[in-house]
Structure formats: structure tokens, C-alpha cells
Design a protein around this ligand. Structure first.
Ligand code: SF4
Length: 443
């Protein structure tokens, strides 16, 4: 680690364009089509004993495109195109299930993300999940997560979602104020939140999660406090709070660019951090525990984040669908990122792989270290056992610097972020990046 790598830029006060959230490492910009052979090789190897298997399915359909959205989504597909997409993803799972890396495993976790998985009809959902279970049964699944947009949830649909085996229903509430929802391009309104939540509660899901965003366009302090109060009133099992970021491919950035503006029309970073800090304190007063930079959990003994914890500790995960990310046998790879090429490749009977990267042992150590730091605390000894390297030695320089600046503490083998550093964990963990992975190419 060089001194330059430690010179993390002081945070810009304004929210400018770019990604804040760190979801993987090394950055996607380093994955390449030339390395897809590495993914093929990983799929043809038997799994490392004890490695859990997960399935992620990207449902790229939404009623409207939110102005802050940077995901691969489509708002113009009809039911025939959607049915075709689902059948193609089922074919994709069949191709994976025949490869040696499965090694007789059944999925330990399944995640339906988007886009809007709840955009699918009851018939489409039943067809999709029956076929997925036929190929790889869910009999050993510890968690099945399903992301929902409240306005798409009818009573029969929530019932069907429960009956197909979903354990964790994640509601994309984001805000409770109709004007803020509207001005940010969200499709749902507050009355749909209450209705969906009430139906879902009556159906005994193991975990209901509410997603909020701190710092949407026109958010104010009194409104944010009201959102926190209303969320606590609903008593979800967990709450996930993201700080608004403005990546390049968002509608907000396109408008900024057209107007020649550098700062996004949303709260600055200190304000957003202050709002999350307030929310975390209120949730703690209501009996919740803070389990990561983004999450509050009502009963930590019952409510787990199987998907998050597995992905952050190097599980195998097959990503189905357009633009999906996978991690198998130590290799990262991503699917083709456009609708028609994704479908065409599978119609030819081939996996729709686009780009790949196999991290070195050191890069895998960095990846798991930085992702797990986002829970607020890591135990060095776990990494020493897994990677054969003591992270307290490997990361001596950034740890010393972060400690000297008051961001973290090292007590024996435990490394801890304090609350203020947890609120900006995605910025601080850049201190552990290799020098070549810092800078613009991160986004
Ligand atoms: S609902 Fe989610 S995936 Fe769909 S447009 Fe909005 S932010 Fe994007």
C-alpha cells in the first residue's frame, strides 16, 4: 500500500456524479471479455468443499424509471416479451445446473432482484419458480429474498409470493411523502405502502424489510424524521437505508449535465450521513440493533442476512438474467448487459457471459475484508485462517492511518469502525484498495 493510496480525498461536501456504494472488488472496469475463459474454467471445476451456493435472478422490468435509478431496467416490455425472458432465464439455470461446479449442491439462498420482481403476474411467478425448483430444489434454502415495489402488490400476489417459499420480503418504500415519491419518479404512492405492508404482515413472512433512501430530491429534515417515525410505527423486522448517490446513467445526472451543473439537486453528504445517524439512533431507541452501514434489525437473534453475509464472504453465486453478476470458484463474471444479445446467446444454447476477472489471493482478501468491514467489525483471525495472511500485517499501513485519524479501533484481533465511520464506510474502505484500483476507473 502506498502513501498515495492512503491519501483518500476529503469528501466533497456536495453530492456530485459517481458511485458511492462499493458492491464488489476489484472494480467492474477491470473485468474483461478476454477473460471469459476463466469463468468457463471455474464452471467446469468441482466446488471447494463447504462453499455455499446461491442463485440471483435479475427481473429487469419496472412500471416507471426512477430518476435516481442506475440499474438495467425496461419499462416497455409486454407480457410475451416478459414470458420469453423468464423462459430464457430458466434455460440459463438449466445450463448451469449441468456444470461440474454445482457438485450436487442445492441453493443455500435465492435472491430475486431488479428491476421489480413484483412486477411479474401471479401466473408468471408460479411458472418461473416451479421451473427453478424443478432444476435445483429449494429444499435446503435458508433464505429466499424477493424485492417488491409496493404499488405492484395485490393481496393474491403477496399470497402467491409467500406460497412460493419467499422468507424475506423487501419493500422498496424509499419515502412516505407522495410529493417526494412523485418528484423522484417513483411509481408508487404512500397509501400503497400501508396496504402492501398490512397484507404482507398478515401472511407471516419470516422477515419483512423496508428500504429507505436518505436524501431524495426535495427531502427535508422534518420529512425525513417523519419517514423514520412511520417506519418504526410499522415495526418491520429490518430496515435498510441507502444514502442517495447519483451515478452517471441516472436521469438526475442527465439533467445536471444538460444544465451544466456539477452538484446534484440533493442533500450534501454530511447532511445525508446526519440523517442516517439520526435514523440509526431512533431505531436503537425502538430496540433495533445496527448490523451494517445500511441496516437496522429488530431481533438480531432471529433476523439474518444470509444473501449479504454469504456474498460478502466469498460464496458461489450464479447470477441469472440480463447484466447479472456471478462469483463462482473464485472468478467474477457478468452477463451480457443488453436484452436482445442476452436472449440470443441463450437461444444459441450458450451461456450469455460478457466479462470476467479472477482475483488474486490478495485481491480476494481485500474484497472480503472491505465488504465485511461494512458490518462495522471484523475479526482478523478469520481472514488469517482463510487466506493464510494476517490482515493486521497486510493492512498495517491503512489501519494505522485510519486509527490515527480516529475512524477505527484495533482491539486484539478485532477491528471496529465507530458510528461516524460506519456512516461513510464506502468511502473509507478505499484505503484498503490496491493503488491501481483507486480513482476514476472505480465507477
Ligand atoms: S423501481 Fe428500482 S429498479 Fe425500478 S426504476 Fe426504480 S430504482 Fe430502478
Amino acid at each position: 500500500m502506498t502513501t498515495e493510496a492512503l491519501r483518500a480525498p476529503s469528501p466533497p461536501e456536495e453530492t456530485t456524479v459517481g458511485n458511492y456504494f462499493v458492491s464488489n472488488y476489484p472494480p467492474f472496469a477491470y473485468w474483461s471479455p478476454e477473460r471469459v475463459g476463466e469463468a468457463e474454467a471455474a464452471l467446469n471445476r468441482a466446488p471447494q468443499p463447504g462453499t455455499p451456493l446461491g442463485i440471483y435472478l435479475h427481473i429487469p422490468f419496472c412500471r416507471k424509471r426512477c430518476h435516481f435509478c442506475y440499474f438495467r431496467v425496461y419499462t416497455d416490455k409486454d407480457s410475451i416479451q416478459i414470458r420469453n425472458y423468464l423462459n430464457t432465464a430458466i434455460r440459463e439455470l438449466e445450463l448451469y445446473a449441468a456444470r461440474p461446479f454445482i457438485g450436487g449442491r442445492k441453493p443455500h439462498f435465492i435472491y430475486f432482484g431488479g428491476g421489480t420482481p413484483s412486477y411479474l403476474s401471479v401466473d408468471q411467478l408460479q411458472h418461473l419458480t416451479d421451473e427453478m425448483k424443478r432444476i435445483l430444489p429449494w429444499t435446503e434454502a435458508a433464505e429466499v429474498t424477493f424485492e417488491c415495489e409496493p404499488g405492484t402488490l395485490t393481496e393474491p400476489k403477496i399470497k402467491a409470493i409467500r406460497e412460493m417459499g419467499v422468507t424475506r420480503l423487501s419493500l422498496g418504500v424509499e419515502n412516505f411523502d407522495d410529493h417526494i415519491l412523485e418528484i423522484n419518479g417513483r411509481a408508487h404512492r404512500s397509501k400503497e405502502i400501508w396496504r402492501a405492508y398490512e397484507y404482507a404482515r398478515s401472511l407471516d413472512f419470516a422477515q419483512i424489510n423496508i428500504d429507505l433512501i436518505a436524501g431524495m430530491v426535495e427531502e427535508t429534515e422534518p420529512n425525513w424524521r417523519e419517514c423514520v417515525k412511520k417506519t418504526i410505527g410499522l415495526a418491520p423486522d429490518s430496515v435498510t437505508i441507502y444514502q442517495m448517490e447519483v451515478p452517471y446513467n441516472t436521469t438526475i445526472y442527465k439533467e445536471m449535465k444538460a444544465q451544466g451543473k456539477l452538484a446534484a439537486p440533493v442533500a450534501d453528504w454530511p447532511t445525508k450521513r446526519g440523517w442516517v445517524k439520526y435514523a440509526f439512533a431512533e431505531f436503537e431507541k425502538a430496540g433495533y440493533a445496527i448490523s451494517s452501514a445500511y441496516t437496522a434489525v429488530r431481533d438480531a437473534s432471529k433476523t439474518k442476512f444470509v444473501y449479504r453475509d454469504c456474498v460478502w464472504s466469498g460464496a458461489d453465486m450464479v447470477g441469472l438474467g440480463v447484466a447479472s453478476f456471478s462469483h463462482v470458484g473464485g472468478t467474477h463474471f457478468q452477463n451480457l448487459a443488453d436484452f436482445d444479445p442476452y436472449l440470443s446467446k441463450l437461444n444459441e444454447g450458450a451461456l450469455p457471459l460478457w466479462r470476467a476477472y479472477t482475483p488474486s489471493n490478495d485481491e480476494r482478501l481485500i474484497r472480503e475484508w472491505i465488504l465485511q468491514m461494512k458490518t462495522g467489525e471484523v475479526r482478523a483471525v478469520d481472514f488469517t485462517h482463510k487466506f493464510g495472511v494476517d490482515p493486521l500485517v497486510r493492512f498495517a499501513e491503512p489501519l494505522k492511518k485510519l486509527q490515527a485519524d480516529g475512524w477505527l479501533s484495533v482491539e486484539g484481533a478485532r477491528v471496529r469502525f465507530n458510528r461516524d465511520s460506519l456512516l461513510q464506510a464506502d468511502r473509507l474502505i478505499h484505503a484498503f484498495f490496491l493503488p491501481q484500483h483507486l480513482g476514476d476507473r472505480y465507477t
